[in-house]
Design a protein around this ligand. Structure first.
Ligand code: RP5
Length: 162
């Protein structure tokens, strides 16, 4: 079993500019991850294999981002009990509302923890994965607390003129 605990998967190369935000957070917190293109529509066999082997490969969280008819997070949740965090990628046609609705409305039994549309959602997916892992990792919990404290400390008390 490898040290990789988080899988970042996405439907297309075009999703990487968004999903990289999750990877950046995991880098900052010292969490090992892998990033893969796994499309529900274009590479369904790859999706199946990824979900089927996720537990035995030691993955503890899967972050899945997709846009448009975004079936990847939900299909992955149907194939593995590893928690799936869904990231709706912003789209040109419908601004990512299509992605959000595709991901968030899962039927009872197969949950996807759905984040906000776009880059903020991807970054929060990284933080959510970290929070899940921190429950069983005291050193990571300290790093996550420090990350959150630093963000709070960076917020000024008063607004400045532009
Ligand atoms: C989805 O279709 C992907 O997740 C991506 O967000 C969207 C567009 O994909 P490309 O046409 O850019 O490859 O499956």
């Amino acid at each position: 079993m490898s040290d990789v605990k988080v899988g970042i998967i996405m439907g297309s190369q075009s999703d990487w500019s968004t999903m990289r935000e999750a990877a950046t957070i995991l880098d900052e917190l010292g969490i090992a991850y892998e990033a893969r293109i796994v499309s529900a529509h274009r590479t369904p066999d790859r999706l199946w294999d990824y979900g089927k082997t996720a537990v035995e490969r030691g993955l503890q969280v899967i972050i899945a981002g997709a846009g448009g008819a975004a079936h990847l997070p939900g299909m992955m949740a149907s194939k593995t009990r590893v928690p799936v965090i869904g990231v709706p990628v912003q789209t040109k046609a419908l601004s990512g509302v299509d992605s959000l609705y595709s991901i968030v409305q899962m039927p009872k039994g197969f949950p996807v923890a759905t984040m906000a549309i776009g880059a903020a959602g991807a970054a929060n997916a990284g933080l959510m994965a970290a929070a899940i892992l921190a429950n069983g990792d005291a050193a990571l919990a300290q790093r996550l607390d420090a990350w959150r404290d630093a963000l709070s400390a960076s917020i000024p008390q008063e607004p400045q003129d532009d």
